[in-house]
Design a protein around this ligand. Sequence first.
Ligand SMILES: NC(=O)c1ccc[n+]([C@@H]2O[C@H](COP(=O)([O-])OP(=O)(O)OC[C@H]3O[C@@H](n4cnc5c(N)ncnc54)[C@H](O)[C@@H]3O)[C@@H](O)[C@H]2O)c1
Length: 267
Amino acid sequence: MRLENQVIIVTGSCTGIGKAIAERCVAEGAHVVIHGLEKELGEKVVADLGKDKAALHIEDLTADGAPQRLVDIAVKTFGKLDAVVNNAAMITASNIHTTDLAFFRKMLEVNTLAPFALIKAALPELRKTHGAVLNIGSVNAWSGEPNLFPYSVSKGALMTLTRNLGDTLMREDGVRVNQINPGWVLTENEAQRKREHGLADDWYKDLPNVYAPAGRILWPREIAAAAVYFLSAESGPFSGQVLDIEQHPFIGRNPPKDATTIPTPAK
Ligand SMILES: NC(=O)c1ccc[n+]([C@@H]2O[C@H](COP(=O)([O-])OP(=O)(O)OC[C@H]3O[C@@H](n4cnc5c(N)ncnc54)[C@H](O)[C@@H]3O)[C@@H](O)[C@H]2O)c1
């Protein structure tokens, strides 16, 4: 019960990592606002968690007034707001050649500006509770896959937002702002996305150990476990911190350039 009686908004929690974070928050004693674009899936999450523990709001985060409506639902339903998890994101592949300005703007609007707008709308409530913000970034924030170019930039900007506001809001308002950069996580949508990128139906079953030393990629519940730490009082005054979570170091990694990572023809 590390989040007993906390009220937490988790954006994009009808599926994947957001859903796992919301489930874990409730298991730790919190009330949650479930949010996203998928109405039927969201209704199922709320039914499974219980209507006394979870409320649902389906709306595009970039719609005018959407962040304020999310905050209002939390306060109206559960009486206060202790934390916001900015998890919703547009995860669409594109490289420099397939990216135009309109697409890049949309990516930044959903992945970077919407988290800013929600933090701003939530601040009056978070100030009262000395609450917390947790942004879900990505290891792509540091540079990123070529075919995730605007996505990677949006997560890099989110990381700077986390560090900047993690400083300001902690000093001025007693509100902590931290970020988790997950590595490669097996969610329903990620399984589908990689099929669309040309991988086999069961691509996640036999990955080279340079990507999956454990023989598998990460589970959403493993990200949720780390999220609870940053949302709970256990993380004390920590603010402006960014935690990469992968099964190998991300910054500075230099994998072996031998037959263990580079396929060599049989002699
Ligand atoms: N799965 C991975 O491998 C991985 C790795 C690193 C980071 N992440 C990050 O984790 C978070 C969750 O990703 P996931 O893999 O669970 O994806 P997902 O597709 O299952 O979830 C994304 C959620 O965001 C919501 N969403 C998207 N655009 C929205 C909009 N405009 N308005 C409102 N809601 C919107 C969707 O409804 C959905 O619920 C994202 O921030 C993603 O960038 C995922």
